[in-house]
Design a protein around this ligand. Sequence first.
Ligand code: SAM
Length: 298
Amino acid sequence: AMNYRHAYHAGNFADVLKHSVLFALIEAFKAKDTPFALIDTHAGSGCYALDSEEAGKTGEYREGIARLLFPDLQRNGQGSLPPLLRNWLDTIIALPGNEHGLKLYPGSPLQASLAMRATDSAQLCELHPEEAARLRELFHHDHRVHVHQRDGYEALKALLPPKEKRGLVLIDPPYEAQDDEFRLIEAALKTALQRWPTGVYAIWYPIKLRSQVQPFLRWLQRCGVRRALQAELLVHPDDSSLRLNGSGMAILNAPWNLDQVLREPLQAMARLLSQERAASWRLDWLVQETETPASQVP
Ligand code: SAM
């Protein structure tokens, strides 16, 4: 069933983790002049109006992106945000339409396109016809960006490896049936890693019960990559299957120093996003390379 609409959740605490990590990864790619490719397997519609009926109904962004931005816009505690978060938030403030406050929240495709250079490229897959149509419209004039209305897992076979030979695959599915989605991701990654073992893969995952996530994380530990980092942010304890308690990003072939890059941002987000009790975060290598890598960027 295709019931999921990201408009209800845009800018929530999970998006904040997902997109700040995405920003950090794109920054790492930009450390080298050679172009990179982004492949977004579940792209959504690209941009979300926070005053829409959908966003207004849940108001999830108020406990997410708004918590990070409002101290910022009011110039309170401005110096306290780590530079990575500041720079990421600046791109959201600078979005046309946000001149008079937070009206729009850019999804992963728009955030990526804002951070990409003229020579970088993006392949966006989105199965839902309306979301795909909105993506097409949004990127109509952007020749770097290609929209595919098709199954993102299936499309990886055709899209990998990208001609740029360096780049990032973002896997951000709806998890309408959680266990099934984990198995779909594993199958897709197995094929993808065969076709393109050196690509960077960033997979967003929901955290309800910790035990529901463990098999997937164990699979990642055995999938054959040399480095894999997990970055998690929880606003509730991970002991209830009834709500989204937190989320994580698993990054395969992560830049060797990504843990250092994300440490302070995660600390700051945990501070700003805490709910009934302190938010918690986790930054661990699921797979750690012991030798010093020759190259410092992917
Ligand atoms: N990545 C987006 C972002 O960060 O802004 C949000 C994506 S949202 C969590 C998941 C999207 O996947 C939905 O728009 C849904 O329509 C789409 N979708 C569901 N199944 C899909 C599939 N098999 N292939 C591609 N897209 C799919």
